[in-house]
Design a binder for this molecule. Structure first.
Ligand code: GLY
Length: 415
């Protein structure tokens, strides 16, 4: 109890300092376990509604168009294919619902069909880690382990040893847009599948590839001001960095909010998997650069440098990715000040996302509204997108486990 009082006092002081330095940031109270559970239960209700509306298991929700209340489902195969199964696994973890677990298994099993075709992009990490990865973490089902190893091996075929990174978009090489070798910041997320495979097998090549990818990306893709480039184009034979560009950002030199989020999350995860403090430092620097640019309601505009701000869409997906990453950072850091800093910011981000401004409520079947997929191409702009919901429920479940551990008076186990 004594610890709890000290903790709250420290949090409040920190909150005051942070908000004073930022002017008019919205103030929010920290979450209680009951509130987190309520938010998770709300997600369960939404999820059950979607299950009823989906036909079959070979399609998964991707977006809710502006004129609809229900998810538009896409055939299994695209980069977002694993998020729905992942949401179901997190809802199962957060509620214990056996009914949801059965649905998670059914949607997960369907995703394996992708592996019968040659690997098309780095997204195998997103697809398989979110679905099979979470399934394996929660059930230790040997069939999931087998699939994860096949998916990781498939992903490893995109690794170019001359460059030291995975080729993110083979299609953009064929059509000569980002050629001869491209690596996007999002690709940091897919390293988790390689780290997982190295733990599940005796083959350490996956670990070495992931580490090389993280190092080369840190060298070439992080700007001096600690924001990130979206796309790096390399010479595929010499490994020389040829060009820095964007695909989904406002401009090559702008700061695409979700890209910054992938970087923060990716390097936090990299530190979790390697214990290399260099990655933790990078995550810290990227996080600082993100916070410096963040809107007063803790949800960023889709690109921090869009000159149309504030008359341009927000991206709730970036906020949920960063909230989840910040909770991980709060657990990875040993120093109390850093732990508290990340925890406080994450809780504020989650409060804002859980407010009527971003929670869909009765508007539609998603958890969150106001995400932006690809603004430059006017695709999936200011609508619900499945990966925003995935990282939102992941963050809620992470927060629940942290609060439970604190109540039990012990440290949170590693993910
Ligand atoms: N990884 C694709 C995106 O963030 O839109």
């Amino acid at each position: 109890m004594k610890i709890k009082i000290k903790y709250s006092l420290f949090t409040s002081v920190l909150l005051l300092v942070v908000s004073a330095s930022l002017g008019q940031q919205q103030e929010y109270a920290s979450w209680t376990l009951e509130e987190v559970q309520e938010a998770i239960d709300h997600c369960k209700v939404k999820t059950e509604r979607t299950i009823v509306n989906l036909e079959g298991y070979d399609k998964s929700p991707r977006t809710i168009p502006a004129d609809s209340k229900h998810w538009e489902a896409k055939p299994t195969g695209g980069w977002t294919s694993g998020f729905w199964a992942g949401i179901l696994w997190y809802v199962y973890e957060g509620t214990g619902s056996e009914k949801i677990k059965i649905e998670a298994e059914k949607f997960t099993n369907e995703i394996e069909t992708i592996l019968s075709v040659p690997v098309k992009s780095h997204d195998l990490g997103f697809i398989f880690q979110c679905s099979y990865g979470n399934g394996y973490r929660l059930t230790k089902n040997g069939a999931y382990k087998k699939t994860l190893l096949i998916a990781a091996d498939s992903l490893s075929h995109l690794y170019n040893p001359s460059v030291g990174t995975i080729l993110s978009w083979p299609a953009q090489v064929s059509n000569k847009v980002f050629s001869p070798h491209n690596t996007i910041i999002d690709n940091m997320m897919n390293l988790e599948l390689l780290f997982e495979a190295s733990k599940l097998s005796t083959n350490k090549k996956y670990y070495k590839m992931a580490v090389s990818h993280a190092n080369v990306t840190a060298k070439n893709q992080v700007r001096p001001n600690n924001t990130v480039y979206h796309v790096l184009i390399y010479d595929d034979r010499t490994g020389k960095a040829l060009r820095k560009a964007t695909h989904q950002g406002f401009s090559d030199e702008s700061v695409w909010a979700r890209g910054q989020g992938w970087g923060i999350y990716g390097y936090a995860m990299g530190y979790r998997e390697t214990a290399n403090r260099k990655y933790l430092k990078i995550a810290d620097k990227l996080a600082k650069a993100y916070l410096k640019r963040l809107s007063k309601d803790y949800v960023p505009f889709w690109d921090f440098d869009d000159p149309a701000i504030p008359n341009t869409p927000k991206d709730a997906s970036a906020a949920s990715i960063v909230a989840s990453a910040f909770l991980e950072l709060s657990e990875l850091h040993n120093k109390r000040a850093k732990k508290e800093l990340y925890r406080t910011w994450a809780e504020k981000m989650l409060r804002s996302l859980s407010s009527p401004s971003y929670l869909s409520g009765s508007r539609n079947d998603a958890f969150l509204i106001h995400s932006t997929g690809n603004k430059p191409r006017n695709r999936e702009v200011d609508i619900p997108i499945i990966y925003a919901d995935y990282y939102y429920i992941e963050a809620l479940v992470r927060l629940k486990k942290i609060l439970q551990s604190e109540m039990a008076g012990k440290q949170m186990p590693k993910r």
